[in-house]
Design a protein around this ligand. Structure first.
Ligand code: GLN
Length: 556
């Protein structure tokens, strides 16, 4: 059976959660035994988001094959079992790069190369590639209907319907139904306009996912159905929820899966969402709270650490805990006095995430020293491992000038230096150590206890590495190298055996964590943090009771 296609477009405004909607539809279809793949087209001209600022674009999600992709692919992996690669995310820039390379090779045999059919054909070929070996391919079109740059993609999906027919293609449009406080009314006009825009390019949506903050009453649904020419049952309330993991459950409540299957003329087994319902139950019934401080540079904009935030949530859910996440601006710790202590106090665990560039590094080093000395559970990811090594080299080994050549190329002690394979490479796009690499874990280490394995595979995105010339003095002073590439070239994990939980990894474990399969590094970090927090709170309480029983102390 050839695959069927679901095309997901967005209207009215951006940030309506199209990616989450696509991922949740995938999740629901999988719960009915259907095999899915999901992809996204991004209409911008960058070849990939790798060189874009995290402020602009949010996190860059890395796949096993080393593609730097849109963060929505992270949602796809967290919600489904689809195996994603560079085939699952295309930008206009990458499509044109490919088309122009073909043109230069002479592949078009003297023809004029045009948006229709040449660009649209490339888009359709990319869709068909991900649809191999699955029952349903879900295709998300980035941007908002009406954007000039998304037109070729809209045209391509229109052609797909023309080619394959109604039974094999489905148009899902994510739109907004705002509640206007002044009128005390839900407004359907933006949705009507958005559908009109779609119709003007030849696309009649089959299902409308209406983002709203309250359930849509029958009369509102009827009105939208009438004006937008869709069945009333196909007007879905996509209500705001407290946790993204509730979206599949909310969609199930609205029978989205049954509707999709009906439109695509597909048979499937009954829905089994028990595991997702359990996750939602945990979200709303935590036994306690765990408080984690993330010390980073891009703290103002949460999307820049999307996967990290979700992986911490997964870790907390595994212990039935609510995650209280505080973002600590690294530069704000560089006070020159002891006032950073007040900023770092009160956390059950401290984490330094990945990052690039010099800004905030000294603040991160202050936070790491604090965590190391006060025995606060510490987790360093990529840059957070590199800075942990620099801090150790400076303050324990005594190499005051220890640094990374990324931040100080002239330093006497380059504890972290440019990846040897990248020396001389100045271009920025795609020139990093990217994607999945195998790491060998040393026995009798915290890392081994956490993974319970001798070998693991994790995803990377970095340009600098630990300099093995410093291995001897650092390990002699108490640092343990607990993971390396099997040939010993790269240091992948470090830890401090005389600390309850101090671990750093050169890779990004957050990319592989899922709510139903929390990553062991996050699960154990949260576990250690919670335990530390309980102890800290108990000590504080004892101290307070002592104070209470000795009132003279208070008087002093
Ligand atoms: N800037 C560091 C490097 O390139 C760390 C990268 C990261 O944290 N992703 O190696």
């Amino acid at each position: 059976m050839p695959a069927k296609y679901i095309f997901v477009t967005g209207g009215v405004v951006s940030s309506l959660g199209k990616g989450l909607a696509a991922a949740s539809i995938g999740c629901l279809l999988e719960s009915r035994g259907i095999k899915v793949n999901i992809m996204k087209f991004d209409p911008y001209l960058n070849v990939d988001p790798g060189t874009m600022s995290p402020f602009q674009h949010g996190e860059v999600f890395v796949t096993d094959d080393g593609a730097e992709t849109d963060l929505d692919l992270g949602h796809y992996e967290r919600f489904t079992h689809a195996k994603l690669s560079r085939d699952n995310n295309w930008t206009t820039g990458r499509l044109y790069e490919q088309i122009i390379a073909k043109e230069r090779r002479g592949d078009y045999l003297g023809k004029t190369v045009q948006v229709i059919p040449h660009v649209t054909n490339e888009i359709k070929a990319a869709m068909k590639k991900v649809a191999q070996d699955v029952d349903v391919a879900i295709v998300e079109i980035g941007g908002t209907v009406g954007d000039i740059e998304s037109l070729p993609f809209m045209e391509a999906i229109r052609q797909m319907r023309q080619e394959l027919g109604r039974e094999h293609t489905l148009f899902v449009h994510v739109t907004l139904v705002p509640f206007i406080a002044a009128a005390q009314e839900l407004k359907t006009k933006p949705t009507q306009h958005s559908v009109k825009e779609l119709l003007s390019i030849g696309i009649q949506p089959d299902i409308l996912l209406c983002r709203t903050d309250r359930f849509l009453a029958k009369d509102i649904k009827s009105k939208i159905a009438l004006f937008c020419n869709v069945a009333e049952e196909a007007v879905i309330t996509a209500k705001d929820v407290a946790s993204i993991y509730e979206v599949p459950v909310v969609f199930a409540h609205e029978n989205v899966d049954t509707l999709v299957l009906k439109c695509l003329h597909m048979e499937a087994k009954d829905r089994d969402l028990a595991k997702w319902e359990d996750i939602v139950h945990r979200v709303y019934n935590p036994k306690d709270t765990v408080t984690i401080g993330i010390v980073g540079k891009y703290v103002e904009y949460e999307d820049s650490y999307k996967s990290l935030k979700e992986a911490l949530v997964h870790g907390a859910l595994a212990h039935n805990l609510k995650l209280q996440l505080n973002w600590i601006e690294a530069e704000g710790l560089e006070t020159g006095d002891n006032s950073y202590e007040a900023q770092l106090e009160g956390y059950d665990g401290i984490l330094v995430p990945g990052g690039f560039g010099k800004r905030g590094i000294e603040g991160m080093l202050i936070a790491i020293r604090y965590a190391r000395e006060k025995k606060v559970p510490y987790f360093g990811i990529c840059l957070g491992m590199q800075t942990a090594c620099i801090e150790f080299a400076r303050n324990v080994v005594g190499l005051e000038e220890a640094n990374s050549s990324e931040f100080d190329p002239a330093t006497a002690h380059r504890v972290i230096y440019k990846l040897r394979e990248l020396r001389g490479v100045e271009e920025l796009g795609g020139t990093m150590r990217l994607g999945a690499w195998t790491c060998k874990i040393e026995p009798d280490t915290l890392a081994h206890k956490i993974y319970g394995k001798d070998e693991i595979s994790e995803r990377h995105r970095h340009r600098y590495e630990f300099n093995r010339e410093y291995e001897e003095p650092m390990t002699a002073a108490g640092l343990r190298i607990s993971g390396s590439t099997p040939d010993g070239t790269y240091v992948e994990m470090v830890e401090l055996p005389d600390h309850p939980h101090f671990i750093g990894c050169q890779f990004h474990p957050e990319f592989k964590s899922k709510p139903l399969e929390p990553h062991p590094l996050f699960r154990t970090f949260i576990g250690a943090a919670y335990e530390y927090g309980l102890k800290r709170r108990a000590q504080k309480e004892t101290a307070e009771i002592e104070m209470f029983h000795r009132p003279e102390k208070i008087r002093i």
